[in-house]
Ligand binder design. Structure first.
Ligand code: DHB
Length: 393
């Protein structure tokens, strides 16, 4: 089997890249280890930056998002018994859109298949070869058969645990990261949203987040032990914890409803440098992970493939490797800034084991400052809605 660009991993990064390449007349094959149903049902994050929504709309995959996604003009920070709003639109001129990552995945799969694109489900990458040659190869298994995909370029969008990053030769990459000593317990709840806009809350018992997926579904999270198991939490225990961390003295209370899904998310920061070796390019979670507090994960993946699609288009049009040669450097600038923002939001809003009352007071003072100073609020807001692409297309 042969194609121009072999894409290992059919999450948002791989599918969007395949779509963007198709628009420029470049063929690709996407290999995805899971089945379509599983991929489309996986509940992940839900905040799309301004630039992400623009790209989806401009490239013809944003129709359903525009209809069903909810545009939010601000977010709330809650601490010390108060709730303060950050006016994202007033401070930056930009908004965010709440639309589940799996909905983006559904839209991309349908668009690729309708256009005759090759997305191979249940095709598991085994290893990558000849990355320094002009014909790199991907070995993969589908059903009981093993295959080889020969390409001009390979793109690894197979997530943190995928095979692509491991294909860098010994010593060809550096990894930076940290694990956080807590996780997020996430629930999906049937019932109307508790608020119009998201609430990020610091409480003495730990962080909590109120988000939504649709007018009928709420998405709620609270900080938990990273090794906790969802089965340890009865619905009653979950609601008691949610109320303790979120309810306010003015009578506002988080809306209860039927819990239809529970999961525990572990949290880490991770960056792989560089994001390229020979003719292998990494994008999305294969190259970097951010803790979810800044809502940056999928948006970073989208920014990576935006650069990569432009670099590949330039190569096929003119033979120039200008953008491809700078791919890693261009992406890493944004990745490190988003890593800083996500780490900062995480540090400001969570309780760390061993923290004493002084640290808690520092967190409250920081939240008071961020919500009270226009300069500090603007800094949070411009990161949250997405920093501009410094690199001009
Ligand atoms: C959601 C997830 C996030 O990580 C976040 O920061 C905000 C919202 C969500 O799933 O809705």
């Amino acid at each position: 089997m042969r194609t121009m660009v072999g894409i290992v991993g059919g999450g948002p990064a791989g599918l969007l890249l395949s779509h963007l390449l198709h628009l420029q007349g470049i063929d690709s094959v996407v290999l995805e280890a899971r089945g379509r149903e599983e991929l489309e049902a996986e509940i992940r994050a839900g905040v799309l930056e301004h630039g992400t929504t623009e790209l989806l709309v401009e490239t013809g995959v944003g129709d359903r998002m525009r209809k069903e996604g909810a545009v939010h003009h601000g977010v709330n920070l809650q601490f010390d018994g108060r709730r303060e709003r950050i006016d994202l639109e007033g401070l930056t001129g930009k908004t965010i859109t709440l639309y589940g990552q799996h909905e983006v995945v559904k839209d991309l799969i349908r668009t690729r298949l309708d256009a005759g694109g090759e997305v191979l489900f249940r095709a598991k990458g085994l290893g990558l070869q000849d990355l320094e040659s002009e014909e790199p190869k991907v070995r993969f298994v589908k059903g009981d058969e093993e295959y080889e995909l020969r390409c001009d370029f390979v793109v690894g969008t197979d997530g943190f645990h995928g095979v692509s990053r491991e294909a860098f030769p010994e010593g060809a990459r550096a990894e930076y990261g940290r694990r956080y000593p807590f996780g997020w317990f996430g629930i999906l709840v049937e019932g109307p949203p508790s608020t119009e806009e998201l609430i990020y809350a610091l409480h003495e018992r730990g962080f909590a987040l109120v988000s939504t997926r649709s007018p009928e579904i709420q998405r709620l999270y609270f900080q938990c032990d990273p090794d906790d198991d969802a089965s340890n939490w009865s619905d009653d225990r979950i609601w008691t914890e949610m109320h303790a961390r979120l309810d306010t003295d003015d009578g506002w209370t988080v809306n209860e409803g039927k819990i239809i899904q529970k999961n525990v998310v572990q949290m880490r920061s991770f960056v792989c440098e560089p994001m390229r070796h020979g003719r292998l390019f990494l994008a999305g979670d294969a190259a970097h992970i951010v803790p979810p507090t800044g809502a940056k994960g999928m948006n970073l993946a989208v920014a990576d493939v935006r650069v990569l699609s432009r670099g590949l288009a330039e190569f096929y049009r003119s033979g120039s490797t200008g953008v491809l040669d700078n791919y890693s450097e261009i992406c890493l600038k944004r990745v490190w800034k988003a890593s800083r923002f996500s780490w900062w939001m995480t540090s400001m809003l969570h309780r760390f084991d061993g923290d004493n009352a002084f640290q808690y007071r520092m967190q409250v003072a920081e939240l008071d400052y961020v919500t009270g100073s226009r300069a500090a609020a603007t800094s949070l807001a411009e990161n949250y809605v997405g920093l501009p692409m410094e690199w001009r297309e």
